[in-house]
Design a binder for this molecule. Structure first.
Ligand SMILES: [Zn+2]
Length: 60
């Protein structure tokens, strides 16, 4: 996977940019925030509820 140099605005092969010599090691990926998980979960529950209502309405 190639990295990205913010200084030169170009992709870099390896850990150090060959243009400016800056280290472009990718930062540790942050864990997904709880608020985001809650948002996704509530969206899924809402969609399931809407589909359930639609099925109930269609079979009426
Ligand atoms: Zn660079």
């Amino acid at each position: 996977m190639s990295q990205w140099c913010d200084h030169c605005d170009r992709p870099v092969e390896g850990d150090v940019c060959e243009i400016c010599g800056e280290s472009v090691k990718a930062p540790e990926p942050e864990p997904m925030p709880w608020l985001w998980r809650f948002f996704i979960l509530s969206t899924i529950i809402y969609l399931i509820w809407r589909i359930y209502q639609l099925i109930m309405w269609l079979s009426h």
